[in-house]
Design a protein around this ligand. Structure first.
Ligand SMILES: Nc1ncnc2c1ncn2[C@@H]1O[C@H](COP(=O)(O)OP(=O)(O)OP(=O)(O)O)[C@@H](O)[C@H]1O
Ligand SMILES: [Mg+2]
Length: 181
């Protein structure tokens, strides 16, 4: 069964294709939302101020669920909500750093995105973007790119791809941490 969407549409079902894996790629099959959160937690604890994580995937593919874990692993003092009607949510950490959670679903042009001042966000925190395709020219080219895909009701396919040397190192650390989530 396809997932009901948060908005008017329904997420399409996909056939799984085998990705071409290399040193800059890591794939994971999640069997539950909780497992996706735990996976996000492993990633969140590795993130540094200045890191950009882009989450690409259809409605209901698990982007916000992954962010919930990331924020927890990162050490957020605030719970994560879905930012459907809020463009950017900020999750604070005790040391004053922030995890900025942007949902670009409703952004239609790059100018709107540029007004958000990503440079400032990356100076004082981590930036996580849902629907990054909507604003890609406004984002730095280097990032950890995550593609999420609905497989079945409780299953999701996650493909992590590093873009840039910082993210090669991050992906390596992450791979080592995810022995068993
Ligand atoms: N293995 C899984 N991983 C992640 N979420 C799962 C999984 N199995 C079931 N789910 C459910 O799928 C839904 C994913 O919703 P979520 O809000 O994370 O998606 P999203 O990609 O952020 O969607 P949107 O584009 O609307 O923001 C949740 O209800 C979650 O409980
Ligand atoms: Mg979401």
């Amino acid at each position: 069964m396809c997932l009901p969407s948060r908005a008017e549409g329904r997420a399409p079902c996909y056939n799984l294709t085998m990705p071409i894996l290399d040193a800059r790629t890591f794939e994971f099959f999640s069997r539950s939302a909780e497992q996706t959160r735990r996976l996000g937690g492993r990633l969140g604890m590795l993130l540094n101020v200045g890191d950009l994580v882009c989450l690409s995937g259809d409605l209901g593919s698990g982007k916000t669920t992954l962010v919930q874990g990331m924020a927890q692993g990162w050490g957020s003092l605030d719970p994560v909500s879905s930012p459907t009607f809020i463009l950017v949510n900020e999750y604070r950490r005790a040391d004053g750093a922030c995890l900025f959670h942007l949902d670009a679903y409703r952004l239609t042009n790059v100018e709107e995105a540029e007004e958000l001042d990503f440079e400032r966000m990356l100076e004082c925190g981590v930036l996580v973007v849902e629907w990054p395709e909507h604003i890609q020219p406004a984002l730095p080219a280097e990032c950890l790119w995550v593609s999420l895909r609905y497989v079945e009701e409780e299953q999701r396919h996650l493909l992590f791809q590093s873009r840039g040397t910082r993210y090669d190192a991050l992906l390596n650390e992450f791979r080592q941490k995810v022995v068993r989530v």
